[in-house]
Design a protein around this ligand. Structure first.
Ligand code: NAD
Length: 361
C-alpha cells in the first residue's frame, strides 16, 4: 500500500505505529481530520490477516468517523485505532492484560489529546478503565455514558421515523412490517423501540440466544439468515454486517426503505446507492442513522459532566437531519449518501475557514 499516496488522496493528517515488546502491544492509530475538534474513534482489537489489512482498516474507519461526527454536529474529528492480536488470549492473563492496556494508554497520552479512544469490536469497558489509569483521552468509562448501543438504536429509530414520514406521510411505524438483520446490541434495542411503536418484526440472526430473546419479548417472526433480504416488508434494517446492500441482495429487496445501524451498508456506494434509487428504495445514510452512540459518548467530555437529557435531545436531532437529507435528495435527484457527504464536507470547510482567525489556544 502506498500509505502517503492514500493519505494525501483522502486528506489524512497522521498515521502512528506503536509497539511495546514487554506486553506484545502492536497498535496503529489513524487520525483523519481534526478541523472540528480532537479525533474520536474506538479501538478495534482484531486478528488481522497482515499488517496491511490492519492499516487499511484503521484508515478507512478513521475517515468514516470524520464524516459521522461532522454530520452529527459534534466538535470532534475522526480517528481510529486498531490493535493487532486476539482479545480472547489476552483476557486469559489478567496481569498482562492490565499492562497491555496501560501501555496503550501511555502511548495515547503521548498524542497529547489529538486522539480520544473508546470501545469498539474486541475491546471492553474494563480495557477503557486500564487505559484511563494512564490518560484522560478515553471515553466510554463505567459510571459515565455507559453502553452506546441503546443510544445508537434510538438514532436509528428516529431515522426510520423520518423515512416513514417521507415515504408514507406518517411519523410512526404502527402497522409496518420491519425486517431486522442482526438482533445483537443495536438490533435488540431497535426492535424494542419498533415494537413499542406498533411495528411487526421479522428477524434473522446467527445467534440463537439473541433470536430467542427477540421472539419472547417482541413476538418477532424468525427467518433464515439468507431469507431476510427477500421477505415482504416495508423497511429493511441491517444491524449486523456491512456491505449487505450489493448486487445479489438489491434485486431481492421488497421494502421501500433501507435504514439500519450497521456501518458501511452499501457495498459500493456509487453503484449500489444508485441501484436502490432506481428501484425507488429510500436509503438512509448509515453513518447518520447510527450516530447516536458517538453523540452520547461525546457528552462524557462536557465541561459539567455527562448529562443524559442533553445527549438524548441531541440524538433526537438525527430525525431532522435525516428528514432534510431525504428532502434535498428528492428535490435534487442526488443520492442520499452524496447529500450527506456534501453536508459533512461543507461543515468541515466552513469551520476550517474560521481557523484562520488567530487565538491564543
Ligand atoms: P453485535 O455483535 O452485538 O450484534 C450483531 C448481531 O448480528 C449479532 O447478534 C450477530 O449474531 C448477528 N449476525 C452476525 N452475522 C449475521 C448474519 N450473517 N446474519 C444475521 N445476523 C448476523 O453488534 P452491535 O454492537 O449490535 O453492532 C451491529 C452493527 O452496528 C455493526 O455493524 C456495528 O459496526 C454497527 N454500529 C454499532 C454501534 C453500537 O453502538 N454498538 C454504533 C454504530 C454502529
Amino acid at each position: 500500500m502506498d500509505k502517503f499516496g492514500y493519505m494525501e488522496r483522502y486528506g489524512f493528517e497522521q498515521l502512528c505505529f506503536f509497539q511495546d515488546k514487554s506486553t506484545g502491544l502492536k497498535a496503529i492509530t489513524a487520525i483523519h481530520n481534526t478541523v472540528l475538534g480532537p479525533a474520536l474513534g474506538g479501538s478495534r482489537f482484531w486478528v488481522y490477516e497482515d499488517e496491511e489489512a490492519a492499516v487499511e482498516d484503521a484508515l478507512r474507519l478513521a475517515r468514516g468517523m470524520t464524516y459521522k461526527s461532522a454530520l452529527a454536529g459534534l466538535a470532534l474529528g475522526g480517528g481510529k485505532s486498531v490493535i493487532i492480536g486476539d482479545p480472547k488470549v489476552l483476557r486469559k492473563d489478567p496481569i498482562k492484560r492490565e499492562a497491555f492496556w496501560r501501555a496503550f494508554g501511555r502511548y495515547l497520552e503521548g498524542l497529547g489529546g489529538r486522539y480520544i479512544t473508546a470501545e469498539d469490536v474486541g475491546t471492553t469497558t474494563q480495557d477503557m478503565v486500564y487505559i484511563h489509569m494512564e490518560t484522560n483521552h478515553v471515553v466510554g468509562l463505567p459510571g459515565r455514558s455507559g453502553d452506546p448501543s441503546p443510544y445508537t438504536a434510538r438514532g436509528v429509530f428516529k431515522s426510520i421515523l423520518a423515512c416513514c414520514r417521507h415515504v408514507y406521510g406518517d411519523r410512526s411505524v404502527e402497522g409496518k412490517v420491519i425486517a431486522v438483520q442482526g438482533v445483537g446490541n443495536v438490533g435488540y434495542h431497535l426492535c424494542k423501540l419498533l415494537h413499542e411503536d406498533g411495528a411487526k418484526l421479522i428477524i434473522a440472526d446467527v445467534n440463537q440466544a439473541n433470536l430467542d430473546r427477540a421472539v419472547e419479548e417482541f413476538g418477532a417472526e424468525v427467518v433464515a439468515p439468507d431469507d431476510i433480504y427477500s421477505v415482504e416488508c416495508d423497511i429493511y434494517a441491517p444491524c449486523a454486517l456491512g456491505s449487505t446492500i450489493n448486487d445479489s441482495t438489491i434485486p431481492l429487496l421488497k421494502s421501500k426503505i433501507v435504514c439500519g445501524g450497521a456501518n458501511n451498508q452499501l457495498h459500493k456506494p456509487a453503484i449500489h446507492g444508485k441501484a436502490l434509487q432506481e428501484r425507488g428504495i429510500i436509503y438512509a445514510p448509515d453513518y447518520l442513522a447510527n450516530a447516536g452512540g458517538v453523540i452520547n459518548v461525546s457528552y462524557e467530555r462536557a465541561e459539567f459532566g455527562y448529562n443524559e437529557e442533553a445527549a438524548l435531545r441531541d440524538i433526537d436531532g438525527i430525525y431532522y437531519r435525516m428528514r432534510d437529507i431525504l428532502k434535498i435528495s428528492d428535490e435534487s435527484g442526488r443520492l442520499t449518501y452524496e447529500v450527506a457527504d456534501r453536508l459533512a464536507e461543507d461543515r468541515l470547510e466552513a469551520v476550517r475557514t474560521i481557523k484562520s482567525i488567530w487565538t491564543k489556544a
